[in-house]
Design a protein around this ligand. Structure first.
Ligand SMILES: [Zn+2]
Length: 344
């Protein structure tokens, strides 16, 4: 059995929520109240799984999608509105999240023969219309939940493929490396969610490393934040700079790594450093090859992996995959140079 370190991972980081509140935006995220409730239930589920591994489904099971409508309440799995193979809904948000989750599931199967978030074909539970104008989306250890946004600052969070791919990848990380959601291992957890958020968006849009925008969350920005994004993997620290959100705090080099305690020790901040590494490697060897290297490395990481040990693990995998002909022979050197470029 692997570790099951689940995070309560929200796409809109706490420091952005704080800035918006300071700017007078009455944004509903209500994370404090709900996170306690989720944490308690999740801890229960995780200890159950760890003590009774036979409860896990056999690997041959199909991963089915279930979309629930929270009907503007904070209840999950409230009203089932679409299930695998069922008829489309008249609600386009329901259909969109159904399609997006399918694209993520199909990507992991096609690219890595990895089945759903747990490689055991877990069903994908998706809750939409959560809360009132709730401006966030999150993975809480066993399901995804999306708010509608306020329509001005953020539009419906279920619309964007990179958001769904980011959040479901938190599930994949939970069942593979189980990276602790704190400090550098937490930043790596966020990093992986951004990597596959961007990779799956590139696949869906038929883009390459050269033509992709490398932005995360640009499609959930409302009219008040047109042209901004939550993060840029290509140029961390430049995704946004406006009177509502303040300035993107992501570093792109170890020289400017965040050392404070906010945001679980900067999990959404310091992810900029490995994000830049992925951008550099994908640009050199193509996104699909870089994605393979990142995924194979993920399976070897530990819950406490630091940036330095991440580099060591990846160099090992680069050598191994190059030997097998799965990535270009130059990959190990490219990885080394790319980590060096961010001071690692
Ligand atoms: Zn995240």
């Amino acid at each position: 059995m692997k570790n099951y370190h689940a995070c309560n991972c929200h796409i809109i980081p706490p420091f952005v929520v704080d800035e918006l509140k300071k700017s007078g935006v009455n944004i509903s995220t209500q994370t404090k109240t709900i996170s306690r409730e989720f944490r308690a239930r999740r801890a229960e589920q995780i200890s159950l799984r760890n003590s009774q591994p036979f409860l896990l489904a056999p690997p041959t099971k199909n991963s089915d999608r279930f979309v629930y409508d929270s009907k503007a309440t904070q209840h999950q799995r409230l009203l089932l509105v679409r299930k695998e193979g069922g008829v489309a809904s008249t609600d386009q948000v329901v259909n969109k999240v159904y399609e997006n989750a399918g694209a993520v599931r199909d990507y992991y199967k096609k690219a890595f023969n990895y089945l759903s978030v747990d490689n055991h074909g877990a069903d994908l539970i998706l809750n939409v219309h959560f809360g009132q104008e709730y401006a966030n989306a999150f993975w809480d250890g066993d399901q995804m939940t999306f708010g509608d946004g306020d329509g001005q600052v953020f539009i419906n969070l279920a619309n964007a493929l990179d958001v769904t791919a980011h959040e479901l990848t938190h599930g994949v990380v939970q069942y593979t490396a189980g990276l602790n959601y704190q400090g550098q291992s937490g930043a790596l957890n966020e990093h992986y969610a951004d990597v596959f958020g961007s990779v799956i968006k590139q696949v869906a849009k038929n883009q390459t490393a050269a033509t992709a925008d490398w932005l995360i969350g640009d499609e959930i920005m409302g009219p008040a934040l047109q042209g901004q994004a939550l993060r840029s993997m290509k140029a961390p620290g430049t995704a946004y700079n406006n009177s509502l959100m303040g300035k993107d705090p992501q570093p792109d080099h170890m020289n400017t790594i965040y050392k404070g305690s906010a945001d679980n020790g900067g999990v959404h901040i310091n992810s900029g450093i490995p994000n830049k590494v992925f951008f550099l490697v994908a640009t050199a060897i193509q996104t699909d090859k870089a994605a393979l290297l990142w995924f194979e490395t993920l399976k070897t990481l530990k819950p406490t992996t630091s940036f330095k040990s991440f580099k060591t693990a990846m160099l090992k995998l680069a050598k191994k995959l190059a030997k097998a002909g799965s990535v270009p022979a130059t990959t190990e050197a490219t990885v080394k140079q790319s980590f060096e470029a961010v001071g690692l």
